[in-house]
Structures are given as C-alpha cells and as structure tokens.
Design a binder for this molecule. Structure first.
Ligand code: HEM
Length: 459
C-alpha cells in the first residue's frame, strides 16, 4: 500500500501463525511472552489478530499517555462489549466504576471519590495495622504456610471493614467464601480464552458455580445495604459514603448501583494488594541483605510502636521495595481501550474499534527507561536514577481521568501491613522457584511458602 504525508501507514503486523485462531494459542499459553516477543520484533506499535478481532499493542510512553489522557473523550474502555471481558467479569462487576462508561461513570466516580480522600483513607489505617497484628498473634516459630494465601485473607478482612464497616471474616464467612469462589471462577475463565468467549447463555460448570457464589455474595451485600439504610449515626466506611451520597439533582444510588460499586471495589482492591504483598515477602526472602535493611528502617522509624499513616512517609526503603514490586510484577499488567475513530501512533494508522492494549509489564521492563530492567533493585527509587522518568514509563495505577481510585488506599495498606509484619516476624523462604501467573494480576505461582523463624511478642 502506498502512503502519503496525509495518510499514515498501517501499523506493522505480526504474522498470523494460524489464520482465524491466530495468536490466541500463544496468548493463552503465555501472554507475557507473547507481548515481550511482539514488542521485541515489531517495536512500539504492533497490530495482530486475536480470534478474528483486530488488536494493537502500544508500548511507547508518549502513546500510552495520549490514550490515557483522551480516554473519556475519544476512547471507550469497551467493557460493555461482553465478548471482550467474558461472562464472569461482566456478571460479577456489573456496571461499576471499572466497567462503566460515559456520563454514568462520571457521576459514579464523583459520588465515590470523597471516600478516597486522604483524610478518609487515613481513618482506615488502624484497621489495617490492627488486623495484621491479630494475624501475627496466631503465628509461631516453625509454622509453615503460603504467604499469598494469608495475605489474601488479611486484605479481604481489611476491605470488608473499610468498605462495609463489617468484619467479613467473623460476621459473615459467607461473603468471604463466596468471594473466593468468584475469584476462582475469574481465574478459570481468564485462564482459558476459549471458555471466556463462549456465549453468555452457555452454562459451563464454572459459570454455574460462579452464579451461585455471586448470588450468595449479593445476599450478604443486600443485608449490609439494608442495615445501613436503616441505621442512624455516623459510619466512616465506603458503604456509608455511597449510601449517603447525592447527585446534583438530589438523587441517590439505587441498591443495584450500590451492589455493583461495592463488588467492584472489593474485587479491585483484594487481588491487587494481595499479589503485591506476596511478592514483597518473596523478594525479601530471596535477599537477606535487603531484608535486614528494611527491618532496620522499620525499627528506627517505628521504635516498637504500631505503624501509622503519619509514619509512612519515613519508611522510604520499604516504599521503594513496594514501588519496585509494582514495577517488576505490576498487578494490573495490561489495560485496554477502544478508539471511537481512526487514530495515528508513531505515524501508523490504528482503525476505530481496534482493541488497543497497553502493558505495564512491557514498559516497566523496557531498557530505554530502566537500567538492568529485569533486576529487583529498590535502590533505583532512592538514588535519583528514576528522577526523570516519563510519567507513563512507570504507571502501575494507570493515569488520566480513569486512574485507579484506590491508589492511596492500596499504597497505605501495603506499606502498613508490610511494616507491621517486618517489625515482628522473621521468616525463611522455602521455595525460590516462583513465577508470575498472568491472570487478573501477576500473582506469584505456585505461591510464597515460608517458615516462621521468630515472632516478637505483642507490643
Ligand atoms: C496495588 C494495588 C492496585 C493496583 C496496581 C491497581 C491498578 C489499577 C489500574 C491500572 C487501574 C486503571 C485501569 C484502566 O485504566 O483500565 C485501576 C482502576 C481502578 N481501581 Fe485499582 N489498583 C489497585 C488497588 C485498588 C484498590 C485498593 C481499589 C479500591 C479501594 C481499587 C479500585 C479501582 C477502581 C474502582 C478502578 C476504576 C476507576 C475508574 O475507572 O474510574 N484499586 N486500578
């Protein structure tokens, strides 16, 4: 095809190994490897076909920035198109903040935003630290367990308390059991793009299991909502803020909207923070030198007192460890947008309706932006090497109007939980052979098995 100055060229296209099925097999088998290899061979704009759909992978921070800043004007997230996200995702999240679009999303975001203001979030710090201390109190030298599973239970409890004002573990084990089944269902469908793409009316075993878990979860949430609507007095949790919030015309969220927002927050908060915490214990377990520095920092900053929101800013090395985990194993490892019109990136044309994929996994490991990019090196965040980084070379929480609303909550939760454990627990990593498992997040697989060496007494 000939091109002129006014007509951008089509993007370089990845050769299709098998027509129609195209890159689906590679994507199912190892999506990280597929993204890596297409970026290495074709550069920052590469087009490919995924089971008949046109996709493009953008990897230059300038392009990623443009898409994020123009998201609410020229792009859709595309979640309403069922085929893109699959049955379990759309059935679970409904029309909540992650999946909604347009003016509906804008209103919901405005209503939810106050619950995430810094002052509000700081009110959750005691819950985060308190629940972590309770968990540590059950640990003994010689205990062996998978840190990923224990961190999952902990972040779930924190989310239950902060969002619903209730201790989901004690008051409603139904909610946590249902959530576990939903997350399992997510992973089963996401792990097979074939299952995910079956039409919604096909009742697979996984879908039936998820449907029943969702209805259990909805029953519990309906009780929370009903109790809260009936209750008098001040409650500092997200549910209270959403129940009380009013739009400009005085209207309130319906029970269905509340349900969608609460489930969305719960799912968005839980798996992401769990994966980050699990990787922290993995890396500290592989690097005793670094762990010793983290322990020394925690001791000197906290001096034996419980961690607080105010002290977080002083835990600089720990925060650098968190930033480095979010760089190497970003829980949100790819995001998608669908352009409403044809667009041009780096001189290449991308057609309206194309699935535009952008991957934190790729940019966070790009040697143009990070030296020795595959090395776990938290000091890069402390010694000035990342001072002039492009805003979209490192973007674990996204950006633009649809940036993660839980960013501050997540960082506080991760740092406070990690500091509280680092203050009291010494452990040995039992299995060093751990790999990222690319599902909703890049969770460490098969897990982070540890043996507790010592637990300092209650402080
Ligand atoms: C390490 C933890 C987390 C990471 C890495 C993360 C990452 C992200 C990213 C990349 C996005 C943007 C997705 C896109 O542009 O398509 C996002 C959106 C979102 N996140 Fe998070 N997230 C984390 C924790 C949380 C927590 C704790 C909450 C809730 C308290 C939360 C709630 C949300 C919501 C509601 C959205 C959609 C926002 C909107 O579109 O208006 N996330 N997150």
């Amino acid at each position: 095809m000939t091109t002129t100055a006014n007509a951008p060229a089509p993007a370089p296209r990845l050769r299709e190994p098998i027509p129609l099925v195209s890159h689906l097999r590679a994507f199912i088998h190892d999506p990280l490897e597929l993204f890596d290899s297409m970026h290495a061979s074709h550069g920052d704009v590469v087009e490919f076909f995924m089971a008949g759909d046109r996709w493009v992978l953008l990897s230059h921070p300038d392009d990623i920035e443009r898409v994020h800043l123009e998201t609410t004007r020229n792009y859709r997230k595309g979640y309403q198109e069922y085929k893109k996200i699959g049955y379990v995702f759309s059935r679970t999240l409904g029309n909540g903040l992650v999946t909604s679009e347009g003016s509906f999303w804008r209103t919901q975001r405005r209503l939810a935003q106050p619950a995430f203001h810094t002052k509000r979030i700081q009110g959750y710090a005691d819950t985060m630290v308190g629940y972590t201390r309770e968990l540590i109190d059950t640990w003994h030298p010689g205990d062996e367990f998978d840190m990923r599973i224990l961190m999952g239970g902990l972040t779930q409890r924190v989310a239950g308390k902060s969002f619903f004002g209730t201790d989901t573990e004690k008051e409603s084990s139904r909610a946590s059991e249902a959530l576990d089944k939903i997350m399992l269902g997510f992973n089963v469908e996401l792990g097979s793009m074939v299952l995910e793409r079956l039409p919604a009316f096909v009742p697979t075993r996984n879908r039936r299991r998820v449907d029943s878990a969702i209805s259990d979860f909805e029953d519990v949430i309906a009780e929370f909502i009903a109790n809260r609507r009936a209750a008098e007095g001040e409650h500092g949790d997200l549910l209270a803020m959403l129940v009380e919030s009013r739009d400009d015309d005085g209207s309130q969220m319906t029970d269905k909207q509340l349900r969608d927002e609460l489930v969305t927050m719960y799912v968005a908060a839980q798996e992401t923070t769990t994966s980050t915490l699990a990787w922290i214990w993995y890396f500290l377990g592989t690097r005793p030198d670094l762990a010793a520095r983290v322990y020394a920092e925690v001791d000197s900053v906290l001096g034996g007192a419980p961690a607080t929101a105010e002290k977080m800013g002083e835990l600089k090395l720990l925060r650098a460890v968190v930033d480095e985990v979010l760089r190497l194993y970003p829980p949100a490892w790819r995001v998608f947008r669908v352009p409403d019109n044809d667009v041009e990136f780096q001189g290449y044309r991308v057609k309206a309706g194309t699935m535009v994929a952008m991957s934190q996994w790729i940019t966070h490991r790009d040697p143009r932006w990070f030296d020795r990019p595959t090395e776990f090196d938290p000091d890069r965040w402390l010694d000035g090497r990342t001072a002039n980084l492009h805003r979209y070379a490192y973007w674990p929480f996204g950006g633009g109007p649809r940036m993660c609303i839980g960013n501050g909550f997540a960082l506080m939760e991760i740092v406070l939980i990690a500091a509280t454990i680092a203050q009291r627990v010494r452990y040995t990593l039992l299995d060093h052979d751990v790999k990222p498992y690319p599902m909703i997040t890049l969770r460490p697989s098969p897990g982070v098995r540890v043996r507790v060496d010592s637990v300092a007494g209650a402080q």
